[in-house]
Structures are given as C-alpha cells and as structure tokens.
Design a protein around this ligand. Structure first.
Ligand SMILES: [Cu+2]
Length: 211
C-alpha cells in the first residue's frame, strides 16, 4: 500500500477509529444490557422488587472507566492537534488569500497563482487572510482545515509526503458560490518545484508531470 499523503492522515484516522470504535462498543453494550434488564426485571406475579441502596465499588467503576476512556480520547485528539499546529521553524512560507469565491497563493518571489504548489517532503506554512468574509481552507486528503478570517492571519502547516494533486475546498459557507470555491494543491518533487517557481511564464502545467 502506498504511504498516506501526509503523516497527519494516519494520526487523524486513528483518532477517528478509536472514538467511533469505543462509541460503537458502548452503544452495543448498553443496548444489550438494557434489553436484558427489561426482560429480567419485568413485572412478575407474586414477586416483590427490592431496591439497592448504594454500592461504592460499582460507583467507583462507573466513574473511573468512562473518565479514563474520555481522557484517552482527549489525549490522542490533542496530540494529533498539536502535531499540525506546531509548525516547524524553518517551514516554507506561502501566503494564502481567500475571497468570494477564489483562492490566491503568493510565493516568496512574488509569484501569484490560484493553485497551490508545494515541494515534496518540506514543512509548509500557509499564512492565511481573507479579503472579505470568513472562509476555511480545507484539504480533505491531508485531514487539515483552518478558518481564514478578515483582519486576522491564521496558519496551517503540513508536510506532503506523496507527490500528486489534491483538492482544496472552502469549508465555511461564504455566500452564493461557496460550493464552487475549489482549487488544488499540487505536490512536486523539490527540484521540480523550484524550477516551476522560478519560471516566468507558465508554458506547461506541472500537474501533468506528476500524474
Ligand atoms: Cu469561502
């Protein structure tokens, strides 16, 4: 199997599976217990029910186990969150601007484009701003998303481990053509990326090269 487009994909997918897995086990367990109790304790002739008054161990168990489960979900979720929020110092910076209803990416040498090109295997930092309303830059294949706001710079970091072309969507409803606010992130081997970056006129589409 080919590696994921970013390392972050595995982290997010694991957290997702972990939380859904625990939830499904609890759902089935609780439902089965409820059904069992409905039959076991239904009203019977000549049978007087007795109340149970307190059971310290039972109470400790049902407080400690769910607390540990929820804390473990938080732990995996938070370490995954930190993984992409802590952008390495030497990350390659690209400016991203969102407007109704398009994206614009500006590179260190002033090159501007509506498609995002990034070098393979290098930490990237997007510095994002909006020209109007709130948008959200979402790269589903990388499992990353961050709001893009007016009057505030937000950041998004990732390292692409696999060359290719991936969708970028706007994930915050931003008006009439919100649903068309799509573009692509194209991951190129480092050398090819710099050749593309320093090329004045675009004569060919590097996206074709990575297919
Ligand atoms: Cu938008």
């Amino acid at each position: 199997m080919s590696p994921a487009p970013t390392q972050h994909v595995e982290t997010v997918d694991f957290v997702m599976l972990y939380i859904v897995g625990i939830s499904v086990i609890l759902l089935l367990g609780i439902t089965a217990t409820m059904i069992y109790f409905v039959f076991k304790y239904h009203r019977k002739k000549g049978h007087q029910p007795v109340d149970i008054h307190g059971n310290i161990w039972l109470e400790i168990i049902w407080i400690v186990i769910p607390t540990l489960l929820v804390l473990s979900m938080f732990y995996f979720g938070y370490t995954g969150f930190r993984e992409y929020r802590d952008i390495p110092k030497g990350a390659y910076v690209i400016q991203a601007k969102a407007r109704m209803w398009a994206w614009e990416f500006t590179y260190e040498n002033g090159k501007k484009l509506d498609t995002l090109y990034v070098p393979l295997g290098k930490p990237i930092k997007l510095e994002m701003q909006s020209a109007d309303v709130t948008h959200s830059l979402f790269i589903p294949s990388f499992r990353i998303k961050e709001d893009v706001m007016f009057g505030k710079t937000t950041h998004l970091g990732f390292t692409a481990d696999k060359a290719g072309s991936y969708d970028i969507a706007c994930a915050e409803y931003c008006g009439l053509n919100h649903s068309m606010m799509y573009t692509k992130v194209i991951v190129l081997p480092e050398e090819e990326f710099y050749t593309w970056l320093n090329k004045k006129e675009e004569t060919s589409n590097p996206a074709e090269a990575v297919k």
